[in-house]
Design a protein around this ligand. Structure first.
Ligand SMILES: [Zn+2]
Length: 732
């Protein structure tokens, strides 16, 4: 037989017999799920589920029982492991039908339907803790051994057509049945059971305005059937493709990529501030050919208003995106901002009206009325989420929706869910309960922090500290490689998350890196532009970069050295904070941004041999106070003043450590390691403090974290000593 992959054009065939030959039944299910989820055309991140009915030995009786392994709640198919699947006794699930049928009333949206969800845990096999998904009865009640439920773009295009039922018959004949839209749950499972039992020629169902479900008694056959059915949809749509007339043809000309990126960067902080009036959001910019074809088209406004069709989508995309009417050929940033402002007002009003019209007596309170998907002709799509991964998911979903609309409009007419149905999904009490069960967000989860000096020492420690609290971190350093290493360490520790979208740097994870020379305004701006394009804005700037230069053995210190020390320790911090001011102002004062600059207790302690360094830090302290005035009320500006952090610092190379030990009359030998003599110096410094403990980068990072957090929200213009207690440095 010819390999299957030769025949597919609209999906990737990746089943490998050898890869599965040694796997257990459950691992084969994981394998099938992963390869289905890996192709965005087959199913979206977090969408769809798979199942296998497997014979297992019952731990209670030792007898063989049929167990339904089905993708549980949370996670996504592409990255799922066995732990993402729930396992339930199949006979006990079927037995639940008696309870359901005996209850009056029953049916979709009756109280018993939601109540059945509480029964699923009672059918758990072998204490598997994974909560089961709302789609569980669909998989259980269809009698076949293997079931795939996918959200394929090409197939949803058919499911979201006005004449979907007729099209299903035309394309698939007896192969597929059609069920009109119905919220997933127990009742939908029963309807599918009926389809399965009635017509053995039928191998799947078009779930109207939702997706595809199909089955087989062999897992590979089930996988291949899923691909066949999607391929068929893709080919049918292809024959009807409208080419240049897609979406009514192009109304606006595409912008040149650099110009589009530049105006997007200028717009983003303002836009982020606007949609973040209730809670902060992180942005993802998505700008590919498919998105541009849509946003630039004549029909974009009409189609955007209809909203996304797949219910899995609009929990993140909201019922509709915000389409901004703006002509990229004649418009500029000011006209764009004005257009966004009025469109946003309308959007929020529409959302309130939708909520008020559709709500039930027991509906949860209205959620944030701001859009999460913004469509702008010429520029593309800007999507928002509570963190980077979620914003990528949002962008991915609307990207799928565009594919769906393209297909549906080619073969028929795209229709959306009735508003009430959309509402009953968005404000479903089961959904609300799921939201309530989510772990509390981390302190910096919705924030973007730029750490300048992140390549080493205090800066690196600070970047890691913020990342551990959920922050999106821009690691900046004069040494680009060192900055990159810190960013990679963060990605390694927090992971990339889910969601596949984003153009250029905007497809990033929680950390990016960039080179920054704090004495060069162009370099600072370039780094901020990257940060903004990656995440949408900046909430906190932390600067730990600095330089220490000592006079030579004869006590000489050149004018050039003076200039360099002041440039890096005094002027640099000013430039870094000043460049962020524009971004903070564009976001708005409700965003309460922060700047923390590392100075030094040497700024107030006079001593021999470090006049340039000490006075540059004294200037730094006062620059912080001046900046606190300048940046109010948009940002708080504070300083953290360390003393003698030896560990991990580039300011203490071997030579300087030896010179210091000599100065203080501490014995050491040339043979000792740098680490050993550094410890000696650190211990000496510790002995001079009131707390008698060495001062570490972790101590500084904690103080910087505190001064950047809302816990210090009433403090600005302060120099905060973290020096172990040096009475000479007491501020007065
Ligand atoms: Zn679904």
């Amino acid at each position: 037989m010819e390999p299957k992959d030769k025949n597919y054009k609209h999906v990737n065939y990746t089943w490998d017999d050898e890869a599965v030959s040694a796997l257990s039944s459950v691992d084969r299910l994981v394998y099938r799920s992963n390869i289905l989820g890996a192709d965005q055309r087959i199913t979206n991140t977090g969408g769809g589920n798979t199942s296998s009915k497997v014979l297992e030995q019952d731990p209670l009786t030792g007898e063989e029982v049929e167990v339904l392994w089905v993708k549980g709640s949370g996670g996504d198919l592409r990255t799922s492991k066995a732990g993402n699947f729930s396992s339930l006794y199949q006979d006990k699930l079927i037995a639940l039908q008696a309870i359901y049928n005996a209850t009056e009333p029953n049916g979709v949206k009756t109280p018993i339907e939601d109540a059945m969800v509480q029964m699923y845990p009672h059918t758990t096999f072998n204490l598997n803790p994974r909560p089961s998904s709302i789609d569980t009865p669909l998989h259980s009640f269809i009698g076949a051994k293997h079931v795939d439920h996918m959200h394929p773009i090409a197939f949803i295009a058919i499911a979201a057509c006005k004449h979907s039922e007729a099209l299903t018959k035309e394309i698939y004949g007896e192969q597929l049945a059609y069920l009109p839209w119905q919220r997933p749950g127990f009742d939908l499972g029963l309807k599918m059971q009926e389809v399965y039992e009635k017509n053995k020629a039928c191998v799947g169902i078009n779930m109207g305005q939702h997706g595809l479900i199909n089955w087989a008694d062999d897992d590979k056959a089930c996988y291949e059937l899923t691909l066949d059915l999607i391929e068929k949809a893709g080919r049918y749509i292809e024959t009807k493709d409208k080419g240049a007339d897609t979406f009514g043809g192009q109304k606006y000309a595409a912008m040149e990529a650099d110009a589009a990126q530049s105006i997007t960067v200028d717009l983003l902080p303002y836009l982020r501030g606007q949609v973040s009036q209730q809670k902060r959001f992180i942005a993802t910019v998505h700008r590919d050919e498919a998105v541009l074809e849509f946003v630039n088209s004549a029909d974009a406004k009409r189609l955007a208003e209809i909203g996304t069709s797949c219910p899995d989508h609009f929990l993140r995309t909201k019922i509709k995106p915000l389409y901004v009417e703006w002509d990229p050929a004649s418009g500029d940033l000011q006209t764009l901002k004005a257009a966004i402002l009025s469109a946003l007002e309308q959007y929020r009003a529409d959302y309130c009206e939708y909520y008020e019209t559709c709500k039930h007596a027991n509906s949860p309170a209205m959620r944030d009325p701001n859009p999460t998907v913004i469509l702008i002709p010429g520029l593309g799509m800007i999507a928002f989420g509570k963190n980077k991964s979620e914003s990528r998911v949002t962008a991915e979903f609307y990207n799928c929706a565009i594919g769906v609309m393209r297909g549906a409009e080619a073969i028929d007419e795209y229709i959306g869910l009735p508003r009430q149905e959309a509402f009953d999904i968005e404000y479903w009490l089961l959904e609300e309960a799921k939201l309530q069960r989510m772990p509390q967000e981390k302190e910096f989860a919705r924030k973007v922090v730029v750490v300048v000096g992140a390549g080493s020492g205090i800066g690196k420690e600070t970047a890691l500290r913020f990342a551990s609290e959920g922050a999106h971190v821009v690691c900046a350093d004069l040494n680009a490689d060192a900055a990159k290493e810190t960013a990679e360490a963060i990605t390694e520790s927090v992971g990339l998350g889910i969601g596949v979208a984003g153009t250029g740097i905007s497809s990033c994870g929680n950390a990016i890196s960039c080179a920054m020379d704090i004495t060069d305004q162009a370099s600072i701006s370039a780094c901020y532009d990257e940060a903004v394009y990656a995440f949408g804005g900046i909430d906190s700037v932390v600067l730990t970069a600095g330089i220490f230069m000592a006079p030579n053995v004869d006590g000489e210190f050149s004018v050039k050295q003076w200039e360099l020390v002041f440039k890096i320790n005094s002027i640099g911090p000013y430039l870094v904070a000043d460049a962020a001011k524009e971004i903070f102002m564009a976001q708005g004062k409700h965003m309460k941004s922060t700047v923390v600059i590392t100075t030094s207790v040497n700024g107030v302690v006079s001593k021999k041999g470090s006049v340039a360094y000490d006075s540059s830090k004294a200037a730094g302290n006062h620059i912080v106070r001046e900046l606190a005035v300048e940046l109010a009320p948009y940002a708080r500006v504070n300083a953290v003043a360390p003393a003698t952090v030896v560990k991990g610092s580039l300011m203490f190379p071997r030579d300087r450590v030896m010179a210091s030990l000599k100065k203080y009359g501490i014995a050491y030998s040339e043979e000792e390691s740098t680490e050993a003599i550094r410890n000696k110096l650190a211990e000496f410094y510790a002995s001079r403090t009131l707390t008698n403990a060495p001062i570490t980068p972790e101590d500084q990072a904690e103080a910087i974290f505190f001064m950047s957090s809302d816990k210090s929200s009433k403090t600005t213009g302060l120099v905060f000593n973290v020096d172990g207690g040096l009475h000479e440095a007491f501020l007065r």
